[in-house]
Write a protein that binds this ligand. Sequence first.
Ligand code: NOJ
Length: 567
Amino acid sequence: MAGFDLNASFDVTNSPRHEAKLGNEWWRSGVIYQIYPRSFADGNGDGMGDLAGITSRLGSLAALGIDAVWLSPFYRSPQKDAGYDVSDYCDVDPLFGSLADFDAMLAEAHRLGLKVLIDLVPNHTSDQHKWFQAALAGQNRDFYHFKPGRGDAGELPPNNWLSLFGGPAWTRIQDENGEPGEWYLHLFDSSQPDLNWANPAVQSAFEEILRFWLDRGVDGFRVDQPHAMAKAEGLPDHPDVERAGAGFIEGEAAPPMWFQPEVHPIFRRWRAILESYPGDRAMCGEAYVLPLSLMALWVRPDEFNQTFNFRFLDSDWSAATLFANINESFEAFDAVGAPSTWVLNNHDVIRHASRFGGSYGRATASDGIGPKSPQPNAEAGLRKARGATMFMLGLPGASYIYQGEELGLPEHTTLADEFRQDPTFFRTSGERVGRDGCRVPLPWEAGAGDANGFNQTGEAWLPQPEIYRAYSRDQQDGVAGSTLELYKQALHLRRELRLGEGSFAWLPEFTRDEVLGYCNGEVLVIHNFGNAQVTLPAGEVLLSSLHGMQTGHNLAPDQTVWLKLRA
Ligand code: NOJ
């Protein structure tokens, strides 16, 4: 079915319920924390985060109460798309350290009981990758999509596809004699040529890459853009580029570059490789496939272990939308025996503490917030974000947290153009400011250098806004009511009460426009979307998103409570 009807208003009787699944694999219920290596912690003081920095700070993540970390790319890369342009999949970029630093980081994570997922970027390489350099020189061009142009002199791109970062999805090369030559395909930046996954040599090269990292001991992969890997044969025009742009229209036939069925045998082979290793290795697909009944095909028992739930990430923060989207999630994923994941932030979207403080559209379609945009209301945004996180962490399934959200960090919304690095900014002549605002280095210790303890030198590849100082971890650690303490309490309770493995059913008396509530086992999770206080049932307050709530209090606007009913 094509999603739940947003107008069907809170039909609890016909909504899915979800049964508890105790004692299963960690990835079914774990909390995975995304580390963005460029901005987490900088060990050598050059302004760029690195693996040594991560290793030195892993203890604070273990204390937070997460189960696993996912590291965005740290591979050799010219960094045209912040590392999602890989020039060597089996080596660490000197910016981030060395393979030995990676091994040390992995060992420390494992010592602390944390699993480690790494980012695999199979849809495209960097244009500096030796495969692409060879292709430019005329060897093995079939590793990529090269085609002659259209028009009398081949001066027009081979088809009408657009890049997700703006502009056409094709770039023309020059032949060795300096004459204009063929065009190559790039769904992202021109420095990120798309691989040709119909070529068995590409497929086996990636199987070796998987093994390389599994042999080193990683617990699995987050897979970038898997829904783009296979392209329809012949690369026909996008039938509806005017309406869909670079994307697709949900509910209509998939255009030739998105979710083609040929990808599934590839993921089945990857899953078999993961399962040939000891321990619970897992892979999560960044599969932007909607509706979720289609995404469910990607998490059948022999494919991905899980996918990001973009429906949930894209939800506007309203009771009707969340009611529909959570129903759709349980229906789709339970049908194939996969966990739903829940996610509110990542390195591509406006941080939820800012997103919820204004109107910035669908999270994954947003253009970012720049100095000229309407500025978010920081207080309202954080209040809602704290409520949203607690609403999410009560849900059974796996949850993702993006570095800094545990500090309540807002987006950097006034970053000057001179610092911008996101290719989106450059490919749209600044019209879309892009994603740099959610990627700013983390503040650890207030006033420790210009970058608040991100390193010792104060250098930072993106400058922090002045306000980050007050959000520094040391200002929040152990401080009652801080966002950091809220996350810690929520994560520890979630683990203790086994909420990730728990059950789900809506509470009929708390599902309407102003309030949404569900129970997970004996725990009631209720969020107030309205402007008036909501009267709660008698029960023990386990945790509240607003500090100082006592048992017997009402629920204030934007507040979430975890409540245990009195026996
Ligand atoms: C998705 C990643 O999350 C994003 O950061 C990147 O730009 C694109 N894939 C291209 O790799």
